[in-house]
Write a protein that binds this ligand. Structure first.
Ligand code: LLP
Length: 383
């Protein structure tokens, strides 16, 4: 991703900033679209992963829909020209105001996460004289084998409707005249790297789809969520294996000919297309530890502090120099968890060196905060 030419260009910009490689993003999107088209699968981009406008523009141009989890995301998707017939609205806590706005915009569908929410959407739709489409998010109790904090499909998680509540759910659906049931929705977690997990998901999806059919419902859409992981240790091995991923669903889902399969991919589409670029403010060489203090911190990239997530760290100013020292690479924020990596092997590093934190395209910029009254993080694009 980095050559001396673009490093010189990056060195001209004021740090810190998110650097977006739009050509790589384009390649990733095309690769995914091509792999999905083989099976006529539908992809909705999970906007929560990154709603940077340069990124969203490319995604919209690819023709993907948008998977939104707030009123803000729904209106951003509309503003940027996403087809409203391809906008889904998910989330465990949609406010009345957000539901009303989405009803007014005639989005494609609500992914509903509780029985109470069904009643609320029905009531609000009735108030507008509308009938709106809903899919039921089911908690399938499938272990995603990923980090505890980004697992969503186990009984202990707050997401979706549990299997034992489904009989009550269909009773509610039957009496909700302003709702049209269109399918079932699942999302079991994020950064899933073991594809066998998806086989287990497919088996559960088949069971639930059959159950709904037996109860007299037509299940038109099987929405299997997202979660496909990326290789944080090899950011230059950049495009996820979409072919193998989609093939699993083709093989293991018992799809009826009239059914559509929908996906909500976030990280896999955008994760590798960006790096957080920062400068070394200070180097402190101690007896026990050497510290590199960057001008970016957990306020710009929260993942290491929040999930002990690994992001590869590179010294762009010394790209060809041999690795010779170990450093704890930290940010300027007044928190001990403001640390991007411990004992990171790097070439000898000096004040002013340019540092890249790789694979920050997903859940990077969007999770930035103003803690310590930090400035808004900027973005720089390359084509
Ligand atoms: N669909 C639903 C319902 C979701 O909750 C999510 C992510 C996705 C799709 C997209 O998942 P992806 O393909 O990006 O894995 N902040 C965490 C990740 C949180 C994921 C939340 N839900 C992180 O930085 O690792």
């Amino acid at each position: 991703m980095f050559s001396n030419k673009n490093i010189n260009q990056l060195a001209q910009s004021e740090t810190p900033f998110y650097y977006y490689d739009l050509a790589l993003l384009q390649e990733t999107l095309s690769n995914c679209a091509e792999a999905a088209n083989v099976y006529n699968f539908h992809v909705h981009y999970a906007m929560k992963a990154n709603f940077n406008s340069g990124v969203l523009k490319k995604i919209k141009e690819t023709g993907f829909g948008a998977d939104c989890v707030s009123g803000g995301e729904v209106s951003r998707a509309i503003e940027l020209g996403f087809d409203k017939g391809k906008i889904v609205f998910a989330g465990v806590g949609k406010s009345d105001k957000e539901i009303i706005a989405a009803l007014d915009l005639d989005i494609f569908c609500f992914n509903v996460e509780s029985i109470q929410e069904l009643d609320v959407i029905n009531e609000l739709a009735r108030g507008k004289g509308k009938k709106t489409k809903v899919a039921i998010r089911i908690n399938p109790n499938v272990d995603a084998h990923t980090h505890h904090n980004i697992t969503t499909g186990l009984d202990e998680n707050k997401f979706g409707i549990n299997s034992w509540d489904l009989p009550e759910c269909i009773d509610t659906l039957k009496k909700c005249e302003n709702l049209e049931f269109i399918g079932i929705h699942f999302h079991i977690g994020s950064q899933i790297t073991n594809l066998d997990v998806y086989k287990n998901l497919c088996i559960r999806v088949n069971e639930f789809a059959t159950w709904f059919e037996e109860k007299g419902f037509i299940v038109k859409i099987l929405n299997v969520g997202g979660g496909l992981g990326i290789d944080y240790h090899n950011p230059d091995h950049q495009i996820p294996d979409f072919k193998s991923y989609f093939k699993i669903f083709d093989e293991f889902l018992e799809k009826r000919p009239s059914q559509e399969v929908h996906f909500e991919l976030g990280r896999a589409l955008v994760g590798q297309c960006s790096s957080l670029i920062s400068k070394v403010l200070y180097v402190k060489n101690g007896k026990k530890k050497n510290f590199i203090i960057l001008d970016a911190g957990m306020t710009e990239l929260m993942r290491p502090a929040l999930y002990q997530a690994y992001h590869k760290i590179q010294n762009l100013s010394k790209l060809d120099a041999p690795v010779s020292l170990k450093y704890d690479v930290v940010g300027p924020i007044c928190e001990s968890t403001d640390c991007f990596g411990k004992e990171v092997e790097l070439p000898e590093t000096l004040r002013g060196d340019l540092i890249a934190l790789r694979s920050t395209g997903a859940y990077g910029e969007v999770m930035a905060s103003h803690y310590n009254l930090r400035n808004e993080i900027r973005s720089v694009y390359s084509e």
